[in-house]
Structure formats: structure tokens, C-alpha cells
Ligand binder design. Structure first.
Ligand SMILES: Nc1ncnc2c1ncn2[C@@H]1O[C@H](COP(=O)(O)OP(=O)(O)OP(=O)(O)O)[C@@H](O)[C@H]1O
Length: 329
């Protein structure tokens, strides 16, 4: 495998729970995903979109119903023993024995690695240094989450899989986890994480994909994902305007009293036209604000646009028709 080969490459992945009959459910429906060496890739999606089901296939914890997945050039399910020392996995629930202490738990996992981090250093990294002697069953929810992260990190993995790493953490602990994840990426670790926090993806991800109903609906950098979404300009006029007064072709203009909101896919051009109009009219645009779409707006629009789940054999969604699927580069 060359340094240009992807670290994770999934093609046409499918995962079906239960039987092939009507009682079964296909949670992953032909998913393509590429994670490059050294990048931090975030997998986002609505509840039940299939993120965890996908992660488990990539982690080698389950076998795909169809399609292929390679991690560091290996089949993660069949070549688990080869991959195990090179990857770190943080599951949604670590489920470690409650009677062991924090230090004993991490020491046990360190023993499986060829060049582990020192246990004390690992616990300090995740903010559990003071809790080393505490039994796992006595940890708070947030502390358990940090123990899950410590176990994933202790083997100095080349690739780190983090399933909702900051869920259940208070804002301070979440910021600390983000900082740690950033440091690990900067040291060269490839990271694939799932999250419900769009801010987390915006802050951390080099690239991301948004899943819905078992498929990747859109992907790319944050800027690429939001590029298709209309930007918004808002301002207030001194008196209630009439729509004919605002010559802004190709935009959607809404009036609420004196307040005006303009949605446009060409922010610079519309803003130039608007300012030219205001200048010519001698009008002051109070509280003028112009901003690109946010990731949250893109996410909500995707969730709203894609309709009810299709039958398994019907691979057509509005998003697929728009050519968005597989857009991640
Ligand atoms: N063991 C199972 N048997 C049957 N269906 C399952 C099983 N596990 C998951 N599912 C279903 O597969 C779908 C995808 O679940 P998954 O946990 O992968 O989604 P997710 O994107 O991780 O969701 P969340 O954001 O809520 O954690 C859901 O509809 C879920 O009910």
C-alpha cells in the first residue's frame, strides 16, 4: 500500500439485519466512502441513518451483506488479527467490566499493543489521571466516555474510529476531547468519527459525509457541502418596502414589516446589486448582514428533502437524482 492509498475505502457497502424477507431491515444501502491518510473525516446523519451500522462494518465487527471495505489495504472482518494492533476503536458503549479500576482496564488494553502509550500518560490525555484507582462501575457517564477514548488511544493506533466521542460530555470536557482529537490528527493519526454535533464536524473535520436512510447523500469539505445552499442577506429599510422596489433577479426575497431577507446562491453578485440599488435610492440598509449557509442549514435541508425509505431494490432518492451521491472526493 502506497502513502497515496486511502486508509479506508468502502464500495457499495450494504448491511441487512434479519432475514432477506420483509421482516429484515437494510440499514446501509450501497455506501461509498474514502478516508485519506492523515485526515479527520466526520460521518454525520439523522438518527437511524446507519452511521453505527457503517462504522461496525469498517471496524470489522460485522460482515457486509454486499460490497467491499478495506482498511489499510486489509479486509477488516477477515483480517482482523492483522489490523487489530494498528487501529483504535471507541464504541458508543465500551461495556468494560465494572469491578476493574480505570488503570487496570487501560493496562489490559495496552498489553495488546506492540508500542503502547504509558497508561498514566493516556489517562492524563483524556482527563482521567485523578480517577486511575476508581472502579469502572463508579464512573460517571462522561468519565466512562473518556475511558472508552483512553482504551482506543492507548495502543498509538494509525487509524482511530470514534463513534460519537463527545456525546454525554459537558461543554468543557467536549472542548478538551476536540483539542485532543485535533492533536492526534496533527500527529498523523487518521480519524473517522461519527457525531451528532454539527459544530464538532465544522470545527474538526477535514472532510465529511452526511448519511440519510443508509446512504451518503452529500460529502466533501464543509465549504463544498454548504456551497449549494443559498446564502442569506438581511437588513431593515426605513419604511415598509414594496417588492417591486428591490430588483434582485434570481433571488428569493421575503418581507416582514420593514425587515427584508434575501436568499441567493450568488452572494457576491446579489450583494453588489443590492448595495448599488441602495446607493442609487439613497437608502440606508440598517443592520445589514450577509452570511453563507451553515452546515446546520445544509443538514436540515438534506433531512427534509429526502423522502420516506424506499424498498431495498429501489436505489433512487431525490439526492441520487441530483447526482449528489458519491460526491465525496
Ligand atoms: N440489530 C439490529 N437489528 C435490526 N435493525 C437494526 C439493528 N441495529 C440497528 N438497526 C436499525 O438500523 C438503522 C440504522 O441504525 P444505526 O444505529 O446504524 O444508525 P445511526 O445513524 O448510528 O443512528 P443514531 O444516530 O440514532 O445512533 C436503524 O433504523 C436501526 O433501528
Amino acid at each position: 500500500m502506497t502513502s497515496f492509498s486511502p486508509v479506508v475505502e468502502a464500495r457499495g457497502l450494504r448491511r441487512r439485519y434479519g432475514s432477506a424477507q420483509a421482516s429484515g431491515f437494510t440499514a446501509v444501502r450501497g455506501l461509498d466512502l474514502t478516508v485519506r491518510r492523515g485526515e479527520l473525516f466526520a460521518l454525520l446523519g439523522t438518527n437511524g441513518a446507519g452511521k453505527t451500522s457503517t462504522m461496525e462494518l469498517i471496524e470489522g465487527l460485522a460482515r457486509p451483506t454486499a460490497g467491499t471495505v478495506k482498511v489499510l489495504g486489509h479486509d477488516p472482518f477477515r483480517e482482523r488479527a492483522v489490523l487489530r494492533p494498528r487501529i483504535g476503536i471507541m464504541l458508543q458503549e465500551g461495556g468494560f467490566p465494572g469491578d476493574l479500576t480505570v488503570a487496570e482496564t487501560v493496562t489490559g488494553w495496552a498489553a495488546l499493543a506492540s508500542t503502547p502509550r504509558p497508561v498514566a500518560q493516556t489517562l492524563d490525555l483524556v482527563g482521567l489521571g485523578e480517577r486511575a484507582a476508581v472502579r469502572v462501575k463508579q464512573l460517571s457517564g462522561g468519565e466512562k466516555r473518556r475511558l472508552d477514548l483512553a482504551v482506543a488511544l492507548v495502543g498509538r493506533p494509525e487509524v482511530l474510529f470514534l463513534d460519537e466521542p463527545s456525546t454525554g460530555l459537558d461543554p468543557q470536557a467536549r472542548a478538551a476531547v476536540w483539542e485532543l482529537v485535533r492533536e492526534l490528527r496533527d500527529e498523523g493519526t487518521t480519524i473517522l468519527l461519527t457525531t451528532h454535533y454539527l459544530e464538532e464536524a465544522e470545527q474538526l473535520a477535514d472532510r465529511l459525509a452526511i448519511m440519510h436512510q443508509g446512504r451518503v447523500v452529500t460529502g466533501g469539505t464543509v465549504a463544498e457541502v454548504i456551497a449549494d445552499r443559498p446564502a442569506r442577506i438581511s437588513f431593515e429599510l426605513p419604511e415598509q418596502p414594496s417588492s417591486s422596489l428591490l430588483p434582485l433577479p434570481g433571488t428569493e426575497v421575503r418581507f416582514a414589516g420593514r425587515k427584508v431577507t434575501v436568499r441567493t446562491t450568488e452572494l457576491q453578485r446579489t450583494l453588489t446589486e443590492l448595495l448599488g440599488w441602495a446607493d442609487a435610492q439613497g437608502v440606508t440598509l440598517h443592520g445589514l448582514d450577509a452570511r453563507s449557509a451553515t452546515l446546520e442549514e445544509a443538514f436540515l435541508a438534506i433531512a427534509a428533502e429526502v423522502g420516506a425509505p424506499e424498498p431495498d431494490d429501489e436505489p433512487t432518492t431525490p439526492a441520487r437524482r441530483r447526482g449528489l451521491i458519491g460526491a465525496q472526493r
